[in-house]
Each structure stands twice: as C-alpha cells, then as structure tokens.
Design a protein around this ligand. Structure first.
Ligand code: BG6
Length: 483
C-alpha cells in the first residue's frame, strides 16, 4: 500500500453492533487498512460493543478473522495485525437497558476524540444517543455515526433528527451514505470543479441528457425481510442515487467545505419536480434454474415491492431546464455497473455529408468496477475513402493512468471513518438534506401505492423490464448498455 497519509489524532472509536455484518465486512477490515497505512495512530482504541456474551479475547479473535477474510492476503502482515488487535477491546452492553454502560464509560476517554458508530438497527439510534448522554459518556469532542436507513419517510427522518438533536449538535452527527466515500464520486467533484474543460458545457444548453445507473447482479437473498419493506426506491434512490444526482447537477460551491457543499446539494433536491407515473418503471426479477425469483427471496407469495426502478427526472432551475436525468437501479441485472453518463448535444450543424455517422460526445464516469472515465469523441476514420467519421473513446482507467497501487483506492468506509475522526462532514448528509430527499420520495411512493401499481417482471440477469428501455426510446434516446 502506498502511504501518502497524515496520521489522525488519537481517538476512541466505539462500534455499537461490533459483531454485526457491517463491522465484520467493512468497518474492522477498513480500520486495519488505515492502521497498516499509518493513518490510524498507535494510541487509538477501538471498542466493540454488542449484547452477546463475549470478552475482549473473544472479540479480538473475531476481529482477526474478519481482517483475514476481508483484507487481501498481501496486506495481512502478522506483526502489524497483532499490534492492531492490541488496540481493541470489548464491552458487553444492553442498548435499551442499563447494563454495561458504566464499563463503556470506563473504557473511553472523554478528553479525546470519541466516535460512536451506530452500526445497529434504526430503532436503537435514539436509545443509544440518550444513554451516551445520561451516562455522561460523550465528551465535548464526541461525534456519532449513523448508518442508513435514516428513516423510512420524511416524518420518521424528522423524528429521528429531533431525537438525535436532543443529545448531539448537528456538527456532531455523521449520517453515512457510503456512496459519498467512493473514490470516483469524489472524483466527480474534482472533474467538475478542478478543470476548466467541462463546467462551461455542463448545462442544458450543451447537455442532451444524463443517465445514472447503479446495476447489481446480486439478488436480495438473505435480506428479503428488510428489503421487501423498502424496495429500490427507499434502499437506493432516496440516498445513493440522489447523492450522485446532486453531485452531478449542483452549482459550484464556493469552497469544498461541509456546509457550502451541502447547501448546493440541498438546492438540487428542492428543485426536483415530482415524477409523472408515465416517467417511471418499477420491476421485480423472475427466477430461473440457477437463482430464485424476487418473491422466493423475499419469502412471500405476493409483493408489490420493486427490485428495479427507472425514472426520468427534471430539475427546475436555470442550469438544467429541459435536460432530463434518467436514473435506474436494480438487483439481478446483467452486470455490476455504477456509472454516470453525460450525453452532450450534437453539433448544431454538420459540415460533413449526411451519412457520416457523426454522433454526440459522451462522458462516462465509472464508479465501479474498473474506476475511471471515458469521453467519446468523433474523429475521422483513418485511411482513404473520403471523410468518414467514427467515435473513439478517450479512455482514462485510473489503474492504467496512475498504476495499480496508486489507483487502489481505500474502501468508502475507510475514508469516511477517517473523516469522522478528522471532524470533516463534507461527505456526510446533513439533517435537512435527508428530510428533503424523503419529502421528494414520499409522494412518489404514495402515488404508486394509491394506484396499486404492480411491478413489471424482468428476467434475472437481463437489463430490467422492457418498459424501462421504452422510457428512453420514446424520447428518441437509449440507455448505455449494462455489460
Ligand atoms: C446498500 C444497499 O446501501 O448499498 C444494498 O442497502 C446495495 O441493497 C448496496 O446492494 C450497494 O453498495 P455497493 O457499494 O456494493 O454499490
């Protein structure tokens, strides 16, 4: 790993839900990588908290297993791993009762940066925040990290904001959307605001439309009971796709700092028009010989929940008036692709013959996999035979341009946890932003519930329902292929 980092100040990180899936897969392996990279200082302490019967030795063994499972072998250095594990302890605690809180108090130091990571179900956010306060565990430099789902509609998000605000100030609350920690998402801001090339063209005058796709090959296996209450709209659009949309569409903030960025994102959410029923397609995957259908995964005979959604959005402001944004996301699709595609307009007049095949420029920003961007430009086809035009990509795959190691970006969670310790909220959602995103989402969901719209079925590992293709075809456009 190439070390280009400055160590953060010593901190105590308390992980509620310390033995949960997120801790095992993301938080603990991520912390190890930051330790290995020299960013997590030797004096830092990680305190795992859970209700189950365990002690520090047992938890250290759990952490070691997680690291070995989720960190590439080449980074698992036995000596460093041992030193990392020594930074770890465990407190058994009942989040809704009084047991364990005194032990937790004894284990943390209120005179240093304290981060309390709520990697638990949302019903525990309030009780934990309250007890951290009443047991006087949280010091002046304490901050809390809250995982999604942050509410399931505007009212519940507002109630949750109010509960947290009783015990912590807004600058202490870090609402995670892990998409904001993805390297290429941050790169989107570098691309837009660190270059002169694109920004002058980044508006309705020059952009024909924008596509945002987050396609997954996985189904909802194992998460059926959560997912069936949520669906693609609540699970992905209200948060991750909304964030991508905001960063793509927002005005340049005056500074790359938390409130300047979040103010601009909020303006975009508030400028979103409601979506007409005809501008939206919801789908549910079928099963085949190899994989179960959505209904089987969700363990229900009948469900109206969508595992796929595609929609056409309009942003009512000067910059984007007339440029549609097409969003789609779904499970069990043909490929795992997350990308933002900016399709520019065709030149106003072609000086070449009609049939030259000239097309428009297209900038695509690949979030995953194969992070990078490419810009489709039109050139003359080499060779004799007249002036024939073809499209070629100016491809910038980060791994090619920067080398495999430099391009090996930290996982989103690593970056975000270090930002919590540094006290930088730029890549976290502010309370009003989350509420505004729900305020836009709620009437759309209420609309399809009232109409009792049934999701359209689509084949597993396809590109989604036919109707989603039509959404663009009827506008004379087409989706980028999901490969
Ligand atoms: C989560 C959703 O927030 O994001 C999951 O709940 C989804 O349903 C996941 O699979 C996608 O994240 P990533 O980083 O794999 O694109």
């Amino acid at each position: 790993m190439v070390s280009r980092v400055i160590p953060v100040d010593p901190f105590d990180l308390v992980i509620f839900g310390g033995t949960g899936d997120l801790a095992r897969r993301k938080i603990l392996p991520g912390l190890y990588r930051r330790y290995l990279d020299g960013q997590m200082p030797g004096e830092a302490c990680i305190i795992g908290v859970a209700r189950g019967d365990m002690d520090t030795d047992g938890y250290r063994a759990f952490v070691e297993t997680s690291v070995r499972e989720f960190v590439a072998k080449k980074w698992c250095d036995a000596k460093i791993l041992k030193a990392f594990i020594e930074r770890i302890s465990f407190v058994q605690l009942d989040a809704t009762g009084d047991q364990g809180w005194d032990e937790l108090k004894a284990a943390t130091k209120p005179d240093r940066v304290q981060a309390f990571y709520f990697s638990v179900g949302p019903s525990l956010f309030g009780p934990i925040a309250e007890r951290l306060h009443t047991h006087e565990i949280a010091g002046p430099d304490a901050r809390i990290v809250v995982e999604k789902p942050f509410g399931h509609d505007e009212a519940s998000a507002r109630a949750l904001n109010e509960t947290l605000a009783r015990h912590f100030a807004e600058h202490q609350i870090y609402r995670i959307d892990h998409y904001l920690g993805k390297e290429t998402v941050q790169n989107l801001m570098a691309l837009r605001f660190g270059n002169m090339l694109f920004e002058p063209l980044w508006n309705a005058q020059y952009v024909d439309h924008i596509q945002i796709t987050v396609a997954e090959t996985v189904g909802v296996e194992g998460r059926g009971s959560y997912y069936d209450k949520s669906g693609a709209m609540r699970d992905m659009v209200q948060n991750h796709l909304m964030q991508l949309l905001c960063l793509t569409a927002m005005e340049p903030p005056s500074k790359f700092e938390p409130n300047a960025v979040r103010d601009e994102k909020l303006k975009i959410i508030r400028a979103l028009d409601q979506v007409e029923p005809g501008d939206m397609v919801r789908g549910q995957y079928r099963g085949n010989d190899e994989v179960a259908s959505y209904l089987e995964d969700a363990e229900t005979d009948a469900s109206m929940t969508e595992s796929f959604i595609a929609m056409k959005l309009h942003i009512s402001n000067w910059r984007w008036n007339g440029t549609p944004f097409y969003l789609r996301t779904g499970k069990r699709l043909r490929g795992r692709v997350s990308e933002i595609v900016v399709r520019f307009k065709e030149p106003p007049h072609s000086i070449f013959e009609e049939d030259t095949g000239q097309t428009a420029n297209e900038l695509s920003i690949r979030l995953q996999p194969n992070e990078g961007m490419d810009l489709k430009v039109t050139i003359k086809e080499p060779g004799p035979g007249g002036m024939r035009l073809i499209d070629v990509p100016l491809d910038m795959t980060f791994a090619d341009a920067l080398g495999e190691e430099a391009a090996e970006a930290p996982d989103a969670y690593e970056r975000l946890i270090m930002d919590v310790i540094r006290g930088n909220q730029t890549l976290f959602m502010r309370g009003d932003e989350v509420e505004a995103a729900w305020a836009w989402t709620d009437p759309i969901i209420a609309g399809w519930e009232k109409r009792a719209d049934k999701p359209k079925l689509y084949d597993a590992f396809s590109t989604g329902p036919e109707e989603a293709l039509m959404l663009l075809h009827k506008d004379g456009r087409r989706w980028r292929e999901i490969r």
